[in-house]
Design a protein around this ligand. Structure first.
Ligand code: PLP
Length: 379
């Protein structure tokens, strides 16, 4: 069966450049900590790969710490990020629409006595910087806010919120989960201003199992993993040199594709226009400032799990995925206060810069056919 893939927010195909870098690195097995030639060569390649990732992030190599995934970066930043302010207080601010890597970590800290404020989104999934300002308290120690929401594509006002937080109290640490924003919307570590930023390789064409946490120079964060003292003593564990090489290669290849954001926006716009023509009942949920690669739509009153399955049977991959978990609407859509009929029919379509109009046409016909067959069954 031919596969037509529209789930790039879930994961991306591993790029050829990343596979070549991975296999090349795997053929050279030296441990970067070893003091002989194999080790020295591995350490030199690791250094070069760190420089490449730092360039993509827009920071210095000394601020890049390799992790196993975005989830690890979020856990590290939040669990350790509350520590410096421990004497001052136990209040954390985050949003109701964060990924579970952040929400579950906050929930765990709540069980340890932290108080969490969850900022609520509007009906398009946007968070207001004014709400953040109003939530700041003298005992606030950490703010964790994602850059791009993984279900709606909403772009959060991180820059503005960092400024507001630092103006209120510069000792409050600001963590940003940029897993869905990295190389998908224009930003650098300097322009964002956050103290910690988590990113993940498998969203940008690297294999699963590699990510990075940016820690701003001067920010003191204790390690989450202790042991052999790799990564300047901050993230122990023998470096995953193959995954890191693949991550760096993917970063370089994506950065070299200069008009990728425009191409992604164009194919998203084309797809939405065609969907609205063919499915007059379809409502576009995402709106306002969004990243171009993610869009939430709904077919009100349809069951999204059934629609996703019918499309899957035709080889078309979209997600209700995070949208619907065990029959319940996702926490993101639930927080957006949408009508029940909209929640039932919620679908997430996500794009790559190389998604073609032919693929979009296949999606549109498959969705129109699925909706027609379900309508017949239901009526
Ligand atoms: N944060 C966001 C916004 C995500 O979308 C994801 C993954 O989907 C993660 C964190 C977790 O990243 P990883 O899969 O690398 O652990």
């Amino acid at each position: 069966m031919d596969i037509t893939y529209f789930d790039y927010a879930a994961t991306t195909p591993v790029r050829d450049e990343a596979i070549a870098a991975l296999t090349g690195e795997l053929a050279q097995f030296g441990n970067p900590s070893s003091r002989y030639e194999y080790g020295r060569q591995a350490a030199a390649r690791l250094k070069a790969n760190r420089e490449t990732v730092a360039k993509a992030l827009g920071c210095t190599p000394a601020e890049v710490f390799f992790t196993s995934c975005g989830t690890e970066g979020d856990n590290w930043a939040i669990r350790r990020g509350v520590e410096p302010g421990r004497r001052k207080g136990r209040h954390i601010i985050t949003t109701a629409i964060e990924h579970s890597a952040v929400l579950e970590t906050c929930r765990d800290l709540a069980a340890q006595g932290y108080e969490i404020t969850y900022l609520k989104p509007d009906r398009q999934g946007h968070i207001s910087a004014e709400d953040l300002k109003a939530a700041l308290r003298p005992d606030t120690v950490l703010v964790s806010m994602m850059l791009v929401n993984n279900e709606t594509g909403a772009l959060l006002p991180v820059k503005e919120c960092v400024r507001a937080v630092k103006a209120f109290d510069r000792n409050i640490l600001f963590h940003c989960d940029a897993v869905q924003g990295f190389l998908k919307v224009p930003f650098t570590m300097a322009s964002l201003g956050a103290d910690m930023v988590a990113v993940s390789g498998h969203k940008i064409g690297a294999p699963k199992g590699i990510g990075a946490l940016y820690i701003k120079r001067g920010v003191k964060l204790r390690p989450l993993l202790t042991g052999g003292g790799q990564e300047e003593g901050l993230r122990s564990g023998t470096e995953a040199t193959g995954q890191i090489a693949a991550f760096a290669a993917a970063c370089a290849a994506v950065c070299a594709d200069k008009d990728r954001l425009e191409r992604t926006a164009a194919i998203r716009d084309y797809t939405l226009t065609r969907l609205k023509e063919s499915l007059p009942k379809l409502e576009v949920v995402s709106g306002g400032e969004t990243a171009p690669h993610i869009c939430a739509v709904t077919l009100p009153s349809y069951k999204s799990e059934v629609v996703v399955r019918l499309l899957g049977d035709r080889g078309v991959c979209i997600s209700s995925g995070s949208a619907c978990h065990k029959g319940k609407p996702s926490h993101v859509f639930a927080a957006m206060n949408l009508p029940k009929a909209w929640l039932d029919g919620m679908l997430r379509i996500s794009f790559s810069p190389d998604t073609t109009t032919q693929q979009a046409d296949i999606l549109v016909s498959a969705l129109a056919e699925a909706a027609a067959s379900l309508f017949t069954t239901l009526s």
